[in-house]
Design a protein. Structure first.
Length: 357
């Protein structure tokens, strides 16, 4: 069975796609975004997948790829079109190349036009294709820079994408209206730029008169993506917290488990966000914990120090996860949620004050 997740970066309206083979747990990630690497790595870990490769549909002009950072973090290979001219990739792709992940395959189709090095990735059973910025939902990528060519795009869409079965689902690299997926049959009929009886001259005229401003990050993103996302300097890269052994969840929360909590030897603040009757109730509380119920926390953050890390605790880990968000908004940085809360803490035999046996 295929494992499939569509991920979104709201800053650049970019879709990334995680595909995994359920039997082998091998996976690939299409069009990762630099700022979302921590999120994507957390999802991959939570699903028990092994990221074998990141795949680029093209050299992006509106965001920096996360390929280099994921390779450093997870050991994945970087794959990009040979025609893109990027350096430091592990594999350069051309028409009809095959990318394996476990028992599944992606077939490479060259679809230039938006840029000179655009690729579409077709799943082995023809059920879905990932079109990058070549074909968008009821639209197409622009063709006015990076070796863009409307005639080449027209041929790419008609010969490489519209030649697929009508029910093949199409997933673009971007959408600016909240649309997520389309199909070959839909775009053949309804795409106002490329569908129906539109000829290459019609399309070229349409594209010549879009009058679009250049992407805001063009001068930053393109050079970085020609290095596969490698920064010019590694100074200033956001590092994972090192005050304890923490895990970043797909929900966006830094978490610490009871064992990691017990192993930590530096000064900590333990923030219990349950109600008072819970704090003194059957589950008890951790020695040294400060009680500030969640509903009061935003107004009482001044009672906590910003000089010592904070571990937030509740019954099962839900309210304390929300507490970490409130603390972040208040300017606290070294924060973690106790995974599983007091239920897990007690179940694993760690000491408590009060409570019942």
């Amino acid at each position: 069975m295929l494992i499939f997740r569509q991920l979104f970066d709201p800053q650049s309206s970019t879709y990334s796609y995680l595909l995994g083979d359920s039997a082998s747990r091998a996976a690939v990630l299409i069009d990762p975004v630099f700022e979302q690497v921590r999120r994507d790595a957390a999802l991959i870990d939570e699903l028990g997948l092994k990221l074998g490769a990141t795949l680029e549909t093209h050299i992006h002009a509106d965001h920096v790829t996360g390929a280099w950072l994921l390779r450093r973090r997870m050991g994945s290979k970087i794959m990009v079109a040979k025609a893109a001219g990027a350096e430091d990739a592990d594999r350069y792709l051309v028409q009809d190349d095959v990318i394996a992940f476990g028992g599944r395959r992606l077939l490479v189709r060259a679809t230039p036009g938006h840029t000179g090095g655009c690729l579409t990735y077709l799943l082995d059973d023809n059920s879905m294709a990932f079109t990058g910025d070549c074909l968008l939902i009821r639209g197409s990528g622009r063709t006015d820079f990076q070796q863009g060519d409307p005639a080449a795009m027209y041929r790419s869409v008609r010969e490489q994408i519209f030649a697929l079965p009508n029910d093949c689902l199409l997933y673009p690299a971007h959408d600016y209206r909240g649309l997520t997926v389309t199909s070959v049959g839909e775009e053949r009929r309804f795409n106002p730029r490329l569908g129906g009886d539109i000829a290459v001259g019609d399309f070229a005229g349409y594209m010549a008169n879009l009058r679009l401003a250049h992407p805001r990050l063009l001068d930053v993103a393109v050079p970085a993506n020609l290095r596969c996302g490698r920064p010019e300097s590694e100074e200033g890269l956001a590092a994972d917290p090192n005050w304890a052994h923490l895990h970043y969840s797909f929900a966006g929360v830094w978490e610490i488990d009871p064992h990691g909590f017990e192993e930590h030897h530096g000064p900590l603040q333990i923030l219990d966000v349950r109600e008072e009757e819970e704090f003194t109730g059957p589950l008890g509380h951790i020695e040294g914990a400060v009680l500030i119920p969640l509903g009061q926390l935003a107004a009482r953050t001044g009672e906590l120090s910003q000089d010592k890390p904070i571990v937030a605790v509740c019954r099962a880990g839900s309210r304390s996860a929300q507490a970490t968000m409130i603390l972040q908004q208040a300017g606290f940085t070294d924060i973690a949620n106790l995974n599983g809360g007091m239920l897990r803490w007690r179940a694993e035999g760690y000491p408590v004050e009060g409570g019942s046996s």
